[in-house]
Design a binder for this molecule. Structure first.
Ligand code: HEC
Ligand code: HEC
Length: 242
């Protein structure tokens, strides 16, 4: 699709999303077996088709898969493939509300479970942004230190000491993700708005105040990402989009 047409289509869909089509419903089971997720995990990915599909995604998640620092669009690069598959399948099944992306993620737009297998295999190869969006509190400030304590006490058992997540358990990598995106997700998980959230995480963060939330996510946004997972510079461009 020509870029201009794509951008126009996007603008129309975003207009629709903003004008308030509501897809909200009851809480979804966190990680139910079956559905597109299980099927996509068994399929052999076709990377060439993955790139074709990813062209649609790149309009929002950017050709590099880095999303936007200000947090509207999450970074997808570096995320575990299981997590990408689960989230995409959840969004398509309306277990996670995402009215902005929903029309572009549908089978009519990108294809069936094979497209999920293909595009996630493509995304998985992309190096991460060395300059993700961060909270305001630098290392050494009391808020940073308090955020670290909250993190070590409440988050490591699932997201790991270095925010690396767990591929086998569908726990997202959160190191290197944009601050504002994570803050929004964290608040939605705490307040029951992200319906596919893990109920044990909801319980764990139940007593977090808004300040606690900002401090722990500030810390998370500043966990260093291993160098081998990063692009060589923040000016790196995805050569597949030349
Ligand atoms: C019109 C913009 C748009 C397009 C096109 C789009 N997305 Fe998204 N995507 C978003 C937004 C916005 C979010 C975050 C929603 C939120 O804040 O809850 C998101 C979230 C996601 C997530 C969840 C990330 C996470 O960390 O949990 C995945 C996975 C994803 N998108 C994959 C894709 C793929 C694959 C495509 C292409 C088939 C695509 N997106 C196309 C806007 C878009
Ligand atoms: C019991 C395990 C568990 C604990 C404890 C936990 N999380 Fe999570 N977290 C998850 C899972 C699983 C998801 C993805 C849920 C889904 O599939 O929608 C998630 C999602 C997130 C997200 C959204 C990521 C994205 O890409 O959209 C953020 C941010 C996050 N957690 C931060 C934290 C922080 C910070 C803490 C500690 C204060 C924490 N979590 C504690 C399991 C946990």
């Amino acid at each position: 699709m020509a870029t201009k047409t794509l951008v126009k289509t996007l603008a129309v869909a975003m207009g629709l999303a903003i004008s308030g089509i509501s897809l909200a419903g009851a809480p979804a089971a966190w990680n139910k077996a079956g559905g597109e997720k299980d099927k996509a995990m068994t399929l052999k990915p076709d990377l060439e088709n993955g790139l074709d599909v990813y062209e649609v995604c790149s309009a929002c998640h950017m050709p590099e898969g880095w999303g936007m620092k200000e947090g509207t669009f999450p970074q997808l690069a570096g995320q575990h493939r299981t997590v990408l598959i689960k989230q995409l399948a959840d969004i398509r099944a309306l277990n996670r509300d995402n009215p902005t992306m929903y029309p572009f993620a549908l089978p009519e737009s990108i294809g069936d479970e094979q497209a999920i297998a293909d595009v996630t295999a493509y995304i998985e190869k992309l190096p991460m942004n060395p300059d993700n969006g961060k909270g305001d509190w630098a290392e050494g400030t009391p808020e940073f230190e308090q955020g670290k304590q909250l993190y070590d006490k409440n988050c490591t058992q699932c997201h790991g000491k270095n925010g690396e997540g767990d591929e086998n358990k569908f726990y997202p990598k959160i190191a290197g993700q944009h601050y504002k995106y994570m803050l929004r997700q964290f608040e939605w998980i705490r307040d029951g708005k992200r319906r596919n959230a893990n109920p044990d995480m909801v319980k764990q963060i139940n007593g977090f105040s808004d300040k606690d939330m900002a401090m722990v996510i500030n810390y998370t946004s500043r966990i260093p990402v291993p160098k081998e997972d990063l692009a060589p510079s923040k000016d790196w461009l995805n050569p597949d989009f030349d």
